[in-house]
Design a protein around this ligand. Structure first.
Ligand code: ADE
Length: 256
């Protein structure tokens, strides 16, 4: 059974969007993952099909109703629902349900790896001021943010999360090794940013490629790349650099 993503959104037509292109799109067509989007409005019960209401206590904006969101989640979580055709119902493993919100824990490569290793995800995309807190608690939704900025809705965040997961699925990324060498992947270059890359021409606009990369000395190239990755990480991301030093058993630099 393939890895499956179900999106709960007020804008189902936004999907697959960019996920239908390139690496993720090819993997989707090859059946390495599956995507369906459910329109939250389809679970409204009143004749106006309303999904939101004004916040108790006053204030700006609108809040998604817990009953409507809960009905959408129930549909996505139902065993067999959204399972690939012909898949035995009993084989359906419950997927984690995540709510994309700037209040959530920050998405990082560790969480991406965890989600990619599971059966898939159910992603609730908020709009307006947010979602009634009670349905977040009642359904045990994991709140996830893609960064410290505010989007107008969770849909682009869902796309970011899915792109990061899908490229880790078996058979999706060609060139074994590229997934392990890159930034945040752990392994040898524990949580370092990637070293810079160069290709032909060897000199461009008066800028030469670092000579060691043309030397053919694999060990020296590896040393240069490691040093470059360390320098860039220390310069740009003191937080990652301190973590790297701790993992390597070296003292973290004193806080500035
Ligand atoms: N919705 C709005 N802003 C968001 C963010 N930064 N991350 C996840 N979901 C969001």
């Amino acid at each position: 059974m393939s890895w499956r993503a179900t999106i709960l959104t007020l804008f189902p037509e936004m999907f697959p969007g960019p996920l239908g292109q390139s690496l993720a799109g090819r993997a989707l067509r090859e059946g390495r993952w599956a995507l369906d989007s459910l329109d939250i409005r389809g679970f409204a019960t009143d004749r106006h099909r309303s999904v939101d209401d004004t916040p108790f206590g006053g204030g700006a904006g609108m809040v998604l109703r817990p009953d409507v969101v809960d009905a959408a989640l129930a549909a996505a979580l139902a065993p067999g629902e959204a399972a690939p055709e012909g898949a035995p119902e009993a084989a359906a493993i419950p997927r984690p349900a995540l709510y994309l919100t700037p209040r959530g824990r920050l998405l990082d490569q560790a969480l991406v790896r965890e989600l990619a290793a599971g059966p898939g995800v159910i992603l609730l995309c908020g709009r307006f001021e947010g979602v009634d807190q009670r349905v977040i608690e009642a359904r045990g939704l994991r709140e996830v943010s893609i960064g410290d900025y505010v989007l107008s809705g969770g849909e682009p965040a869902a796309m970011v999360l899915l792109d990061a997961c899908v490229r880790l699925l078996p058979g999706v990324m060609g060139g074994a090794g590229s997934a392990e060498e890159e930034s945040f992947s752990g392994g040898g270059r524990e949580a370092l940013l990637e070293y810079p890359h160069y290709t032909r021409p060897a000199e461009w606009q008066g800028r030469p490629v670092p000579p060691v990369l043309l030397s053919g000395h694999h060990a020296e190239v590896a040393r240069w790349r490691q040093a470059a990755a360390e320098r860039i990480t220390a310069e740009r991301r003191p937080d990652l650099w301190a973590r790297h030093l701790r993992a390597a058993g070296r003292a973290a630099p004193p806080p500035r």
